[in-house]
Structures are given as C-alpha cells and as structure tokens.
Design a protein around this ligand. Structure first.
Ligand SMILES: Nc1ncnc2c1ncn2[C@@H]1O[C@H](COP(=O)(O)OP(=O)(O)OP(=O)(O)O)[C@@H](O)[C@H]1O
Ligand SMILES: [Mg+2]
Length: 216
C-alpha cells in the first residue's frame, strides 16, 4: 500500500507565486525517500501541503490510501505523522525544553509519567539531558534542531516528514540523527541539501525542479 499519494497537485502562493503544476508523487509504506532540490523549488511547501497547513488549488493527496481533504481528515492523519519544520523556531514554543518535547505526547492523552520517561529516553539518545530545563528560545541552532526533532519523534509516528533535519548542525549531531533514523522502521520523507546524509538514511531519492519531481 502507498503511504503518500499525490496526484496532479497544483499550488500557488497568493500573488501568483506558482509552486506546483500537476505534481505527482507516490511513496510506499516503509519507503525511506529523500528529496533534493534547489532553494525555492518547493520542498517545504510540499511538506506543508501534506500536513494540511497549506491548501492545494487542485489535485489530490491521499495518506495511507485515504484521500485527505477536510480539516478533520488532516487532523487524523497528523496523529500518525511527525513533521519537522525547516525552521525550529516555527516548532518550539513552550517555556522549557522538556515541556516542548513532551507536548505532542501529552496532547494525545499520555500520562505525565509516560511522557517523562519517553522525554528522558530521547534526551539521552540525543545527548541533550542538560538542556531539559532550558528555554528553547535561547538555545543554539543545532540544540534547537535536536529538541525539535525529539519533539517530533516522541510520539513514535508511523510517517516522518523531515524538512532539512541536518541544516546548520555539526557533524557529531548529524551522526546522532543518522544513528537514530537508521533504526526507524516507518515511512520517511526527508528533504536535504546534504546528499551524503540522504545516502545514509534513504532508499529512494527524488529531485525537485520547477514543476517536476524526478526519481533518481
Ligand atoms: N509564505 C509565502 N508566501 C509567498 N511565497 C512563498 C511563501 N513561502 C514560500 N514562498 C515561495 O514559494 C517557493 C517555494 O518555497 P519553499 O520554501 O517551498 O522552497 P524550498 O524548496 O523549501 O526552498 P529551501 O531549499 O530554500 O528551503 C519559493 O519561490 C518561495 O519564494
Ligand atoms: Mg525549504
């Protein structure tokens, strides 16, 4: 079964900034797909469309074989999806790192105790235990990246949509992210300008140019 199916998607930003014209994409369940593409070709817009955070002009999106159209359809699909924004400042908003990482889990009804255990485990994995009581807003870029990634992974999503997870982070952090993602068994769609990173974690690759997504 397909996890993500995009058919003839058309999308423009207001002001007639055309981004996609009849875009098609098909990602199978369990696929680990990477997306490359020049700045401004629409990688982030594609993620936002898949999450229902932007509204397509025409065409269709299906997730796990079901068309997603309404706010409620996207809400249900988001429960099984972990989306990492390109900019961690779009993601982090709570007063402490530990609250931010726990947020999605608590929101899904987990107890404080369960959330605490999972947050601790991820903080250990990403070597960010010392940041737990810190204010996310005051962290360095790479630290924010790890905290936002932990907040996405904490719900153990079936589908991961990661928009440039390694941009602006050091080699050691990249290795930590690679190690974690190598063990992830769900479906992944990851955008990056770092081809070596994608080589490590992906089994298929797509290149986005103006108006088309080529598998290579
Ligand atoms: N909120 C917005 N309003 C208008 N135009 C936008 C908006 N966000 C993005 N765009 C435009 O849409 C196009 C696609 O942008 P997008 O951010 O999706 O590209 P990208 O492939 O993610 O780029 P990058 O590699 O720099 O992250 C660009 O031409 C961009 O200028
Ligand atoms: Mg982008």
């Amino acid at each position: 079964m397909n996890c993500i199916t995009v058919n003839n998607l058309n999308f423009s930003y207001p002001g007639d900034v055309k981004v996609f014209h009849n875009l098609n994409l098909s990602i199978g369940n369990g696929d680990r797909a990477g997306i490359t593409g020049a700045n401004g070709t629409g990688k982030s817009s594609l993620f936002l469309l898949l999450m229902g955070l932007l509204k397509l002009a025409s065409g269709s999106i299906s997730l796990w074989g079901k068309p997603v159209k309404t706010v409620e359809d996207f809400r249900k699909a988001r429960i099984k999806t972990g989306f990492l924004f390109q900019d961690p400042d779009d993601q982090l908003f709570l007063p402490t790192v530990e609250e931010d990482i726990a947020f999605a889990l608590l929101n899904r009804g987990a107890s404080r105790e369960e959330a605490g255990i999972k947050v601790d485990r991820l903080c250990e994995t990403f070597h960010i235990e010392h940041l737990k009581k810190r204010v996310p807003f005051h962290l360095s870029w790479g630290q924010k990246r790890l905290v936002s990634l932990a907040g996405v992974l904490v719900t153990e999503p079936e589908l991961l949509l990661l928009d440039e997870p390694t941009a602006g982070v050091d080699d050691e952090v990249i290795d930590t992210i690679i190690n974690y993602l190598e063990g992830f068994t769900g479906t992944m769609l990851v955008s990056s300008h770092d081809k070596a990173f994608l080589d490590h974690i992906c089994t298929s690759r797509y290149h986005l140019t103006n108006n088309s997504l080529e598998k290579y």
